[in-house]
Write a protein of this length. Structure first.
Length: 602
């Protein structure tokens, strides 16, 4: 039981931590929110100018060339964008450069001025990350605190640019690792998102309001509103939303790789993209897929707000917006993907509502958040965003659509630095903490091996392009095992292993010897250099003579039953020792390496 002094000390430490984060996070978020307000104001003015002066789209090649050239010459690491921020949160190192803020703000506004199909979330996140990194350097924060303040910067930018502070806070916690939340930053992120949103509103910035009129006249006290048939339709739509999200992510990576293969000189890639976009504008006879797609002076244009209106049927706008956005962003133009994803989701929801015979405004709203959930692997944040934007009346439908889309989007993401904490299905044997980029590389390698095998079997000849003569055929199996760590001191002796004069064999050596005799899978003794045990005093390694009181540990790895039997058998040596058990898994690769000609005959 904790003593009164210990309880008071813990509360005091929590209060000190809260005051510290208020002093750092709130001013940082206020700066981020103000910059987001400036950005949104500039974005609105650029969009109005593009509508007023249609000839501005012919400046797209020049604008794209200049912005990529500027990033290469002056931006340096700022080119990493959102992925750089995510990487710095996972592994703090060089930090996020402050120059990222002006670079991304100016280039995103320029992209929209000339008609590039892009969003605003990427800009807000990068503004938040760069300002947060500057605050971290100013206050000389530790690596652990840098991670938290960078997450708070993401929350501030996201909450400010969309007017959804709770979703912004959860997004910052959820976006880093698929299937794992970073709860240590929960309160700082919430404070940052709220402060950022307030600061943005304080400058007079208003966000676009969307409403779902389905059941709008039903009061909260009218009873249960969930419709079983409609829920099944939502599940089916969620599957398609997830597939659309995966298509967007994979298509983006494919087009980006194609640009690099076709044109090694980066500043020319947006010039090629400009020619494609302008050609599509003339081929389709419309400019409705340029820019954000939130509003248009032409009522006939496809817009996000228009998909919520009754009577509008639009079957293919989601696909055209996908093409316009991928062509724009993959080439080097700047901006985010999220607002175009809102457009794509709302348009797809509108089209599916006609197919399923469902309310078009409800399905537009579900697609709005569900495609975003699938493309970023943030189902909780998107569910909360849906509730913040559309109200809680349809919370169940929103949750189902977001969660199903998340599951069906696979291990893909628009953020390549996002890591995989927990696979979406138990059948996915993927090593933990790989980035999405590494997961994609594994998938590409596996697909290439499959194609090679098919080609080899069909031709019955070795492939001429293969440089190796052997082909591996391995199967990965895993089984549950355990690990025990026994903490002791190097000077301790094992009873009964020596004479009175010499005192016996060191206990850590005897434990390893006995583990070998018992058939334990692994047994190792780890020496330490600095630490303490059992709440004792800190012990340090001596410079000339080893410290006999510095705690070390013996680590045993085997099935749990064997470890329990070992501890019971050698209980006389383990009395009053700190013993820690941990569940782990043993991975084993089975199979042989065979010659290609043997594989062909198999």
């Amino acid at each position: 039981m904790m003593s009164p002094s210990g309880f008071i000390g813990l509360r005091f430490e929590q209060l000190r931590s809260l005051i510290k984060w208020i002093g750092i996070v709130v001013p940082m978020a206020a700066v981020v929110g103000s910059l987001c307000a400036l950005f949104l104001w500039g974005l609105d003015r650029a969009t109005q100018a593009r509508f007023s002066f249609p000839w501005l789209i012919y400046g797209m090649p020049i604008a794209g060339f200049l912005m990529v050239q500027a990033y290469q010459r002056f931006g340096r690491s700022a080119e990493g964008g959102n992925n750089l921020i995510v990487e710095q949160i996972h592994e703090p190192g060089g930090g996020v450069p402050l120059r990222m803020a002006p670079f991304i703000l100016i280039t995103t506004v320029l992209t929209h001025l000339v008609g590039g199909s892009a969003g605003r979330e990427g800009t807000a996140v990068q503004l938040g990350g760069s300002i947060a990194s500057a605050f971290a350097k100013t206050f000389k924060l530790s690596p652990a605190d840098i991670r938290i303040v960078l997450m708070a910067g993401i929350a501030a930018g996201f909450g400010a640019v969309f007017g959804t502070p709770i979703a912004g806070a959860v997004f910052a916690l959820e976006v880093l690792t698929i299937g794992r939340m970073q709860y240590e930053a929960l309160l700082p992120c919430l404070m940052a998102a709220i402060a950022g949103d307030w600061s943005c509103h304080a400058w007079g910035i208003e966000h676009t309001h969307y409403s779902i009129n389905y059941l709008a006249n039903v009061s909260e006290t009218s009873g249960f509103h969930l419709n079983a048939l409609l829920l099944l339709k939502v599940v089916a739509a969620g599957v398609l939303f997830g597939l659309a999200a995966r298509f967007f992510s994979e298509f983006s990576h494919l087009v980006s790789a194609a640009y690099k293969a076709i044109c090694p000189y980066a500043p020319l890639r947006p010039v090629i993209a400009s020619a494609i976009l302008i050609g599509l504008v003339f081929a389709l006879g419309t400019r409705e897929y340029l820019g954000l797609g939130v509003w248009s002076p032409n009522p006939a244009d496809a817009t996000i707000a228009g998909f919520f209106l009754p009577g509008r049927v639009d079957h293919w706008s989601w696909l055209w917006k996908t093409i316009f956005t991928v062509v724009t962003l993959s080439s080097g133009f700047k901006g985010g993907e999220v607002t175009p994803l809102f457009f794509i989701g709302a348009a797809l929801g509108n089209a599916l509502a006609v197919v399923f015979g469902a309310p078009s405004d409800l399905f537009a709203g579900l697609g709005f958040v569900a495609v975003f959930a699938g493309a970023t692997n943030t189902p909780l944040a998107c569910m909360i965003m849906g509730i913040e934007l559309f109200g809680s009346l349809h919370a169940v439908y929103i949750a189902v659509a977001c969660f199903v889309a998340y599951l069906c989007s696979g291990h893909s993401s628009i953020y390549m630095a996002q890591r995989l904490g927990t696979p979406k299905t138990a059948a996915a044997f993927i090593p933990p903490d790989l980035s999405v980029r590494q997961v994609r590389d594994l998938n590409v390698q596996a697909f290439g091996d499959f194609v090679d095998r098919v080609q080899a079997r069909s031709s019955r000849l070795p492939l001429p392009t293969k440089k190796v003569e052997n082909m591996a055929r391995h199967t990965l199996t895993h089984k549950e095992i355990g690990m025990v760590r026994i903490y002791l001191k190097p000077r301790e002796k094992a009873v009964g292993t020596g004479s009175r004069l010499f005192g016996g064999r060191p206990l850590y050596r005897e434990l390893v010897i006995q583990a070998k005799a018992a058939g334990i899978m692994n047994a190792t003794a780890h020496h330490t250099h600095f630490g303490y045990s059992n709440r004792g005093k800190l012990e340090d390694e001596g410079y000339e003579i080893s410290n006999p009181d510095l705690t070390m540990c013996v680590e045993l790895i085997a099935p749990r039953a064997e470890l329990e039997e070992f501890c019971r058998t050698h209980g006389d040596m383990l009395k009053r020792k700190v013993i820690v058990y941990k569940h782990i898994e043993h991975w084993d690769l089975t199979g042989d390496v065979v010659k290609i000609d043997e594989a062909l005959r198999a």
